[in-house]
Ligand binder design. Structure first.
Ligand code: NAD
Ligand code: UGA
Length: 474
């Protein structure tokens, strides 16, 4: 088809961590385009429409301002999916693509049921020519499935209904949570995969409203789909590399912060993504690598699959070794010891807890019988209950679920035996350890898995101190 499309109306299916912020940015930069973000989840849409901006379902620095300026101007959130599709020139599919939990490929393959449902709905409701954009992260060659579903729209007995056609593009999202607005506003690159130039140009034209043309890359569909999985696998492998070395530092007297600095100043290596920590979390790294492994196995590339599997294995090992080490340092038993956890989200500046290493570490400590207090500046108690189950703090019960949620950080230190920092929120970086030491039960430990505590100040205050990848850990 040799034509030009002017996009005036966008529908985004999926109002999550990607759909919400991404569409907010398009609405801000393209006042001439009406953007409808739709979702099956009524509560989520109600939260996006909340007058109280603190209740938006996604916490992301800078997001509230954009929602305040664009919402109900050219950015709309609703559950009316069919109408939004009907009116759209371009539909973004931005739904979740979790790992399959049962059936063929369970534990590895990506569950495409939500994507497929979207494609069927688009195929039913679209009018005229519609550009369908894969924004969700998808296995390579998913566009083929979507194309097949969309093309079935024209197989109708009623000839008068055959008035629709589709182009399909892959436009994976590279934003990271916590910095999403900045990442969207100043992306390193925008990737558009497709085989129809006019459709690629229609999407490119949208991004050109704020992204320099040199940063907009076009590839074929399969390269685009695979690049997204590959980028996440590469990033995660850097974290597993540095985390594996953090353990070696602890054995040898080297310090992981110094090692990161020393290797990161090599311009070929680069300084980003070299922070050792309790293991990578977030909804995507693990699921995307599992998916990559599944695809490699499918094509008989067993060595390649095994290579990537190691990245996940080291990540699981890092979480386990931290909880085991904490128990050992606290004299081998933590039953009824009071432990304060600082940070529950998988990284700072997000309220997202998916795959947070905090969950695994806390669960291990609960099983050992510890009494856990959890503080996080953005994660709400209801979310933690969903992960850990209802707390049961009856002192007489030998229950494994002795945790409480702390609303006030200052009050959380009373009589604790250990403080464990699991998320690098700014407010944990400059705590007054001297005054905190007066409140804790002695001997008291600090376990710093995010390298944010000043070791000298903590030790001077009286604490026993362990820092991930540190040289002085005993
Ligand atoms: P999310 O779970 O926050 O949001 C997905 C939304 O889609 C949910 O609100 C859900 O109700 C909705 N949904 C599911 N099926 C639907 C359907 N059939 N019709 C309408 N709505 C439906 O997920 P997310 O974090 O926004 O991720 C979405 C995709 O983007 C995933 O493929 C993910 O891998 C990818 N991605 C995520 C990030 C990130 O930082 N979270 C970054 C880049 C890419
Ligand atoms: C990641 C990628 O960075 C994004 O490019 C991608 O779009 C996104 O996944 C996705 O596809 O979902 P995100 O998971 O939001 O983004 O956050 P990251 O900053 O990548 O952090 C992921 C995890 O790695 C966090 O648990 C973080 O604490 C950890 N991490 C990160 C480290 O332990 N060390 C580092 O140096 C960097």
């Amino acid at each position: 088809m040799d034509k030009e499309i002017e996009v005036r109306n966008i529908c985004c299916i999926g109002a999550g961590y990607v759909g919400g912020p991404t569409m907010a940015m398009i609405a801000k930069k393209c006042p001439h385009i009406k953007v409808n973000v739709v979702d099956v989840d009524e509560n989520r849409i109600a939260a996006w429409n909340s007058n109280d901006l603190a209740k938006l379902p996604v916490f992301e620095p800078g997001l509230e301002e954009i929602i305040a300026s664009q919402r109900n101007i050219n950015l709309f959130f609703s559950n009316d999916i069919d109408n939004a599709i009907k009116n759209a020139d371009m539909v973004f599919i931005c739904v979740n693509t979790p790992t399959k939990t049962k059936g063929l490929g369970a534990g590895y393959a990506c569950d495409l049921k939500y994507v497929e449902l979207c494609a069927r709905r688009v195929s039913r409701n679209a009018h005229g020519h519609t550009v369908v954009v894969e924004k969700s992260t998808l296995p390579v060659r998913t566009a083929k499935t979507i194309k097949e579903i969309l093309s079935s729209a024209n197989i109708s007995k009623d000839k008068s209904k055959i008035n629709k056609s589709f182009s399909i593009l892959s436009n994976p999202e590279f934003l990271a949570e916590g910095t999403a607005i900045n990442d969207l506003e100043k992306p390193d690159r925008v990737l558009i995969g497709g085989d129809e130039v006019f459709a690629i140009n229609a999407l490119r034209k949208i991004y050109l409203n704020w992204v320099h043309e040199d940063k907009i890359l076009s590839t074929n569909l399969w390269s685009s789909e695979l690049s997204k999985l590959s980028a996440n696998a590469f990033l995660a492998s850097r974290i597993s590399s540095i985390n594996s070395l953090s353990a070696l530092c602890e054995k040898t007297g080297a310090d992981i912060k110094e090692v990161s600095l020393a290797i990161g100043t090599d311009s070929r290596i680069g300084s980003k993504f070299l922070k050792a920590g309790p293991g990578f979390g977030g909804s995507c790294f693990k699921k995307d690598i599992l998916n990559l492994i599944y695809i490699c196995r499918h094509f008989g590339l067993i060595e390649v699959a095994n290579y990537w599997e190691k990245v996940i294995e080291i990540n699981e090992w890092q979480k386990n070794r931290i909880s085991q080490l904490i128990v050992r340092k606290l004299f081998g038993t933590i039953t009824d010891k009071k432990i304060l956890i600082l940070g529950y989200s998988y990284k700072a500046n997000t309220n997202d807890t998916r795959e947070s290493p905090a969950k695994n570490i806390i669960n291990d400590l609960l099983v050992e019988g510890a009494e856990i207090t959890i503080h996080d500046p953005q994660v709400r108690e209801e979310k933690i209950i969903k992960d850990l189950g209802e707390p049961s703090n009856n002192q007489n019960e030998s229950s494994f679920n002795k945790w409480i949620y702390s609303k006030n950080l200052d009050d959380s230190f009373d009589n604790v035996d250990a403080v464990i920092i699991l998320t690098e929120w700014d407010l944990y970086k400059n705590l007054n350890w001297e005054s905190i030491y007066k409140k804790v039960r002695k001997p008291a430990w600090i376990f710093d898995t995010r390298l944010v505590v000043n070791k000298e100040l903590a030790i001077k205050a009286g604490f026993r101190f362990w820092q991930l990848g540190g040289s002085h850990n005993d």
